[in-house]
Ligand binder design. Structure first.
Ligand SMILES: [Zn+2]
Length: 189
């Protein structure tokens, strides 16, 4: 169970309860306090390579108004099947631009032989199990703040089958940003 929303950082999140719950006093209180939200009794699962994967969110962010703690999976329209993101990411491009620090770019690739397979798997695990990058917003920016020495950043995930995910920000970052940056810092050691 996650404690903060990976998308906005809010702690105001509710746990999904699926199936037919027993409406006791505690549940009614939790529902009123928005600590619990009912998910209904249709349990959604999808099959990926012979494995059944729960396809819905385990939690709901009361601030984003979105399901969170969702499985890192995506439907491949061309192949007509579900895939795990960790299996289809082939390149990560991460760049920052700061007025004082200049432009910096890190590029890591799955198949160029520079990163051993086990290490790549660990990176994918951090990205999707801990950082929940699939739940990031496309853009993080606070328009009301003006920085003279601010920083812009961009993360591009290049996926198999000419697909791409792009996230960017200006002086604002997703909740697990430090863990994300650490991936690249560790690679430089
Ligand atoms: Zn949120």
């Amino acid at each position: 169970m996650i404690r903060i929303c990976p998308r906005c950082g809010s702690k105001n999140i509710a746990r999904y309860l699926y199936g037919y719950p027993l409406f006791d006093e505690k549940l009614i209180a939790d529902l009123e306090a928005k600590k619990v939200v009912l998910g209904g009794c249709v349990i959604g699962s999808v099959e990926i390579d012979g494995e059944w994967v729960f396809s819905k969110g385990y939690a709901y962010c009361n601030d984003c108004k979105k399901d969170i703690d969702t499985p890192p999976i995506v439907f491949n329209k061309k192949k007509g099947c579900w895939e795990f993101y960790k299996d289809i990411v082939k390149e990560i491009r991460f760049s920052t631009y700061g007025y004082l620090s200049g432009y910096k770019e890190h590029v890591i690739k799955r198949d160029d032989g520079k990163i051993p397979a086990y290490e790549w798997d660990q990176i994918m695990d951090k990205l999707y199990s801990r950082i929940h990058i699939h739940e990031w917003k496309n853009k993080y920016a606070d328009k009301e703040l003006v920085y003279e020495d601010g920083e812009e950043w961009k993360v591009e995930l290049i996926l198999d089958g000419r697909r791409k995910r792009t996230y960017r920000g200006e002086n604002m970052y997703p909740p697990h940003w430090r863990a994300f940056v650490k991936i690249f810092r560790d690679l430089e050691k």
